[in-house]
Design a binder for this molecule. Structure first.
Ligand code: AMP
Ligand code: MN
Ligand code: MN
Length: 342
């Protein structure tokens, strides 16, 4: 596959290591560090943040973590891993931190209302694995080859020889296991598996964590899934095929489900072998549709998302659409017909 049109150049091993060295020096010297991950955080965002913050806390650094959702909903899996590092509401986040670390945020706007901290901070350490990340920090530790931001954070923890509590290890593990699709995707390298194995040495309840991450939906979500599957469509003449569906705020209200429960929808519809690309449109409270795109391997969906002011990876990407459902699908179909493919 050719490099995606949307991608920043992949950094050389040397420049990545030099960024790691500078990040390690800044973090080792800081007495206080503020951490922020992307809005609507997934386990990689929260896990990489808590893992690194918890490790620094263990050596006496003052840390504070946040993300910009208001109100802030803490996912249930966090209850299993205990208090790894302090999490505060965005309103209580330092206004101008000396050292700010961003995690899993592909661009500055993914920090939501906390993006204003970036220009106000002394050093901004960006830890990420999105190929579309332009490098908005003063130090950019961005490895598009890494499975997850948690894997990058773990590398930094190892390099700095920081202590790791069981809770911090569990947080990092949650990030790795979810961003690799339970070690399924190509980005799960031998290094990823070694990192996961080392983290698994720690004393956390792996089976309960996996259950909390993967088998903790509600009955209400099954009703929403039913609505989505009833409307699912296959467009065979769009690139290598498109399978798509949508859910509305009304579906959620009728079933009594919340949007945070719908992350698995895209993983169900992407199983159809007839389509290379899967797309789920999810209506947000403001009425706009959040678009999730996945490719089975033949399409650069990151380029499509970037062209719509979103981002992500070659095979998993997203954006927020300003169009209605038919308009959004028409635009995606047009992009797929125009896109080069293998
Ligand atoms: P999702 O479909 O929400 O699971 O997102 C898939 C991938 O696309 C993730 O790696 C996200 O970080 C990225 N992504 C989703 N939405 C956006 C957006 N609005 N801007 C940038 N990246 C996004
Ligand atoms: Mn993420
Ligand atoms: Mn990630």
């Amino acid at each position: 596959m050719t490099a995606p049109a949307s991608a920043e150049p992949v950094p050389s091993r040397e420049s990545l290591q030099s960024a790691m060295d500078r990040a390690a020096a800044v973090l080792a010297a800081a007495s206080e560090v503020a951490f922020v991950c992307h809005v609507n955080p997934d386990p990689d965002a929260i896990g990489s943040m808590l893992g690194l913050a918890g490790a620094l806390l263990g050596r006496g650094t003052q840390v504070v973590c946040s993300w910009a959702n208001d109100p802030m909903e803490r996912p249930d899996w966090l209850e299993l891993i205990g208090d790894v590092a302090p999490i505060v509401e965005g309103s209580a986040f330092p206004a101008a931190p000396a050292v700010l670390v961003t995690l899993d945020a592909a661009s500055i706007d993914r920090l939501g209302s906390l993006e204003d901290r970036v220009p106000r901070s002394g050093e901004v350490v960006v830890i990420d694995h999105h190929v579309t990340n332009p490098g908005f920090g003063t130090i950019n530790v961005i490895d598009p080859r890494a499975s997850s931001s948690a894997e990058v954070a773990y590398r930094l923890i190892r390099q700095m020889e920081l202590p790791l509590t069981d809770g911090a290890a569990a947080a990092l593990y949650a990030g790795i296991v979810t961003d690799t699709g339970r070690f399924q995707y190509g980005a799960a390298t031998p290094e990823t598996l070694r990192a996961a194995a080392e983290l698994r040495e720690h004393g956390f309840d792996h089976a309960r964590l996996a259950q909390a991450l993967y088998e903790d939906g509600s009955f209400a979500f099954l009703r929403v899934l039913g609505d989505a599957l009833e409307r699912v469509q296959l467009v065979q003449d769009a690139g290598a095929g498109l399978v798509w569906t949508y859910i509305t705020q009304e579906d959620l209200a009728r079933a009594g489900a919340s949007m945070t429960e719908t992350d698995d929808l895209i993983d169900v519809i992407r199983t159809a072998r007839e389509a290379d690309v899967a797309c789920a449109l999810k209506q947000q409270p403001d009425g706009l549709y959040k678009v999730s795109l996945r490719s089975r391997g033949a399409t650069d969906v990151g380029a499509i998302a970037t062209a719509h002011d979103g981002g992500g990876h070659l095979l998993a990407a997203g954006y927020t659409s300003t169009l209605d459902v038919p308009g959004t699908i028409d635009a995606i179909v047009a992009a797929l017909r125009a896109a080069p493919r293998e």
